[in-house]
Write a protein that binds this ligand. Structure first.
Ligand code: VG1
Ligand code: CO
Length: 542
């Protein structure tokens, strides 16, 4: 095979964030940008003779990026690439394929819930042989390599098109194009009681799954409609589109407003769900009720044993630090380990590998288990359907029972988006500098009892992550967390996470925003969000 070596120069800013490298599409598609980054990955992972999985969420620039990566893989000595048909793979499906075929890792093209299109975002994430996102040691090495890169290699031959299933050659490299859905759907059948769910649906239980024009459409049609018998049309917006139908494929009450409308209709479906661009997030709703992701994690952990794949019980629960402590209460009751990690799925990998966590979750609509090494939107949907079928209860009844047993942890996240980066950094810096002075002081009638920056030491491999977010604890148990997003591509996003626990005999039927009003006010007085950003309301409330 003929290999071309291109001279290139380091490009600034190729530093992966919470989940891979994400940039504006126009940045990612500029000359040498993708190539530099991919070569930096290859320079770090020693690809000769190895096999990788490749696919993406189908957003704009997915196709040319697939072709570029195939040509570079061939030129870098890769033995085989396994590619989803039409370049499609959801993030959890890619993670599963990496594991199932015991490959050496995978390349996932997605900017997840960020909008797509020429004016949207693009992203690339490298996953390791366990199926999980590369840990920081690897992503740091890749970033370091981008700063010293002088050339990249690519094949002179064009890459095969990946629209048809089959085996192709690119020089000495094999390109195997596979059905992106089948392996994943088969895995789901091993974990959940498909007969039970099918029966539930056969008795008239209705559901609506909004794929938000993103990658889960084909997966949801196959699993929910074909294998489980939901009536045709239960999956809406199921055709992946390069710009997600002009929408924002983020499954939360703001961006999935249409689904919320259907679920709040007294004649609406019994169950509603949505997923994000790359299929790793989920939103769960019942008729008349939205389940916050933190509660969903707790309910799933408490009921996982009802699903065949988890019938032996769970070994531990891991949640990201900003996620509410609702799951910790479940862990305590079950007598299993509870872990609190920094934001981002990559921090769950060691715990899952070591068998110290079975169920993991994040407040950002991410839930999953040890079946793959990514969060998994449809997995969460199927887990809920399994729980509903086994308990023979509505979503509302399940939540009421859960709160009656464990109490209710009111929770909300307020996002301030596209804030001037300098203003956001100064806000965090000043807050960090003031931490020691806060305990004992009162704000909005709430006294701070503890104020700290979250530092994490991985209990399995001892790796450390510092300054992962500011935690403010108040007398009476309320908590506020502040951190800056690591997935945005324009300015900074300040995330303010709020929670307050109500005991089982307390008022379990409050409006969460009301229940959290004082904590929000106290956090704002402490951090000066409104004063510094000029924003009096958050852009997104979930
Ligand atoms: C956000 C979420 C985080 C999630 C990450 C990737 O990160 O808060 O919980 O793991 O997105 O999810 P950040 O740094 O913006 O807060 V996805 O579905 O965008 O890959
Ligand atoms: Co995602």
């Amino acid at each position: 095979m003929q290999i071309t070596t291109h001279a290139t120069q380091p490009i600034d800013g190729q530093k992966p964030g919470t989940s891979g490298l994400r940039k504006k599409t126009e940045v990612f598609s500029q000359a040498d940008y993708l190539q530099n980054y991919v070569q930096a990955i290859f320079d770090v992972i020693e690809p000769e003779g190895r096999t990788y999985v490749l696919g993406g969420d189908g957003r704009y620039f997915n196709d040319p990026a697939i072709a570029t990566i195939l040509r570079m893989a061939a030129a870098n000595g890769v033995r085989k690439m396994i590619v989803g048909q039409s370049g499609l793979l959801s993030t959890p499906a890619a993670s599963h394929l990496i594991r199932k075929y015991e490959t050496d890792g995978g390349f996932i093209l997605s900017a997840s819930h960020n909008p797509g299109g020429p004016n949207g975002d693009f992203g690339l994430k490298f996953n390791i042989p366990s199926g999980g996102p590369a840990p920081e040691a690897v992503t740091n090495a890749i970033h370091a390599r981008t700063l010293e890169i002088t050339e990249y290699r690519t094949s002179r031959d064009e890459a095969p098109t990946v629209d048809q299933i089959g085996r192709y050659a690119l020089g000495d490299m094999e390109v195997e194009v596979i059905d992106p859905v089948a392996d994943y759907a088969d895995l789901m059948e091993t974990l959940f009681d498909f007969d039970g769910i099918r029966e539930l649906i056969a008795t008239g239980f209705t559901l609506r799954f909004d794929a938000m024009h993103a990658v889960t459409g084909p997966y949801a049609v196959e699993i929910l409609e074909r294998r489980l018998g939901a009536k045709s049309g239960s999956v809406v917006n199921g055709r992946p589109s390069p710009d997600f139908g002009g929408g924002h494929p983020d499954p939360n009450p703001v961006w999935a407003r249409d689904l919320v409308g259907h679920m709040m209709d007294p004649d609406g479906p019994d169950f509603g769900a949505a997923s994000d661009g790359d299929g790793d997030r989920n939103m769960i709703m019942g008729r008349g009720i939205y389940v916050t992701p933190s509660d969903s994690l707790a309910v799933i952990a408490a009921n996982a044993h009802l699903a065949p794949g988890y019938a032996g019980g769970i070994k531990g629960i891991a949640r990201s630090m900003p996620t509410s402590a609702a799951a910790d209460r479940v862990a305590r009751k079950l007598g299993v380990e509870a872990h609190e990690t920094p934001t981002g799925w990559k921090f769950f990998g060691t715990l899952l590998d070591a068998g110290r966590a079975t169920i993991c979750g994040e407040e950002s609509a991410g839930t999953g288990s040890n079946h793959v090494r990514e969060k998994d939107g449809l997995w969460a949907v199927l887990m809920w359907l399994n729980i509903i079928a086994a308990r023979n209860q509505t979503v509302q009844q399940i939540m009421d029972d859960h709160w009656a047993e464990y109490g209710r942890t009111y929770y909300s996240r307020h996002d301030y988006e596209e804030v001037d980066s300098d203003v956001a950094s100064a806000l965090m810096d000043d807050l960090r500098a003031a931490l020691e002075t806060l305990p004992g002081k009162s704000f909005a009638g709430l006294t701070v009892i503890e104020a700290e920056d979250f530092d994490y030491t991985d209990p399995v491999d001892g790796s450390q992550a510092k300054a992962q977010g500011i935690i403010l604890r108040f007398e009476g148990g309320a908590r506020a967390v502040l951190r800056l997003s690591g997935t945005g591509t324009a300015g900074a996003t300040i995330r303010l996470y709020l929670e307050n626990h109500e005991a089982p005999d307390g008022n379990l039927a409050q409006d969460p925003q009301k229940a959290l009003e004082r904590v929000a006010q106290a956090a704002d007085e402490i951090a000066g969000i409104e004063a510094r950003t000029g924003r009096d309301v958050p852009d997104v409330v979930t």
